[in-house]
Design a protein around this ligand. Structure first.
Ligand code: EPU
Length: 364
């Protein structure tokens, strides 16, 4: 027992040393002591072992390559606007893409942008230049990387429809993947855990800037009238059920659950598919308990199995690698049960050998 503890301690130290060395060698900032409560829009979630913040696409590709080579688990996080992270300590590296923003490079009808660039900012930039196709997305408070990861959509626009190519980290390098090779579904894409999205080139459509501006304003007004504004939320919590004529928000509303509360989490009184958190004591467990209560009632009363749209980030400590004889992870659930926005936000727990349960796998 004592021997095991000592071994565990040593391997954590070694891991920490390796993380520091990788970050220092590649010139990326590595921090300890951050919490998901600071890094996600729901403002809940526990401590994170390490946060590494690359500032260029090349640096980000190199960071995850080195982490993979060292067998160190990581998850990519954008603005944290589609993530519900557990309250417990998360023993892995969060690769934050928030500082990977650079400039948006416009060239005719195309714009090339990095993963950390703000989606609302991009929509404004494009609209002013008379480029249409993403104006419906202007109110989604996420990064471009998160939007790509989950094929963000709103008011008739989906980012996948205008994505000419996506830059992805592979073997330490920035690789361009044609948008036509990506499967863009409703709040879901074919990107896999272990893939880090670095940026994209969008092909937009010329239109009158005033008309685009008017459509943006219309979407904004609709959003302000129908969704909570300024509240601590992760957007819609569940997907709309496929094939159902009634959306999830309306179903939850009709069950009379608006305002229903568990601890510091409540069903938004404005839009019932939003769970919002309140107060300093709000916990991820409150939001999850409320979400499960909603799912249970919808299952019971409507016979519908709701799928999470937010990503649930579990805090399990990384297990030992298979090379050292450890068990492999819980079996994957269906890819289709994934709901992303991550996210925003982007991505999930990434390891070279997929030995850890990932958000894509976690979603129910
Ligand atoms: N409704 C209610 N009560 C509610 C919420 C909605 O009766 O509490 C009714 C509305 O009045 C409307 C209908 O339900 O008649 C549909 O509502 P809404 O227009 O808000 O659309 P939604 O299906 O609930 C979807 C997306 C949103 C996106 C909007 C606008 C999903 C899960 N949600 O919401 O996306 O902003 O359409 O395009 O697909 C998100 O991804 O996080 C998100 C919020």
């Amino acid at each position: 027992m004592i021997v095991d503890e000592a071994k565990k301690e040593l391997s954590l130290q070694e891991r920490d040393g390796a993380i520091e060395e990788i970050a220092a060698r590649l010139g990326a900032r590595a921090e300890r002591g951050r919490r998901f409560a600071e890094l996600t829009s729901l403002r809940v979630g526990g401590a994170i072992d390490w946060v590494i913040s690359p500032v260029t696409e090349e640096q980000a590709a190199a960071v995850v390559y080195e982490l993979d080579r060292a067998g160190i688990a990581w998850r990519a996080l954008g603005s944290g606007s589609n993530v519900l992270a557990d309250d417990a300590a998360h023993h892995y590296v969060v690769v934050s893409l928030k500082e990977l923003k650079g400039e948006a490079h416009f060239d005719g009808e195309r714009v090339s942008v990095s993963a950390g660039y703000s989606l609302p900012r991009l929509c404004i930039d494009a609209g002013r230049r008379g480029l249409a196709g993403i104006e419906g997305l202007g109110g989604i408070p996420g990064t471009v990387g998160g939007a790509l990861w989950m094929n963000a959509g709103a008011y008739g626009h989906e980012i996948g429809n205008v994505t000419e190519s996506v830059r992805v980290a592979r073997e330490g390098r920035v690789v361009e993947v044609p948008g036509s090779e990506v499967k863009w579904d409703y709040r879901h894409t074919s990107f896999r855990e272990g893939e880090l999205l670095l940026g994209a080139t969008l092909h937009l459509r010329p239109d009158d800037p005033e008309k685009i501006g008017a459509r943006m304003l219309e979407a904004k007004n609709k959003r302000l009238a129908t969704q909570p504004h300024g509240a601590r939320s992760a957007g819609c919590f569940f997907k709309n059920p496929p094939g159902s004529s009634v959306g999830t928000g309306k179903m939850i509303d009709e069950m009379g659950m608006k305002g229903e509360r568990r601890g510091g989490a409540l069903v938004s009184p404005i839009h019932a598919n939003f769970i919002v958190t309140e107060g300093e004591d709000a916990k991820a467990a409150d939001a999850l308990a409320l979400a499960e209560e909603i799912r249970e009632r919808i299952r019971r009363e409507k016979g519908i199995e709701l799928e999470y749209e937010v990503e649930l980030w579990r805090a399990e400590a990384p297990k030992e690698s298979p090379e050292s004889g450890a068990e492999s992870p819980e079996s994957k659930t269906s890819e289709e049960s994934e709901s992303s926005k991550e996210s925003e936000e982007s991505s999930g727990l990434q390891t070279p050998d997929s030995r850890l349960q990932t958000p894509k796998e976690e979603k129910r």
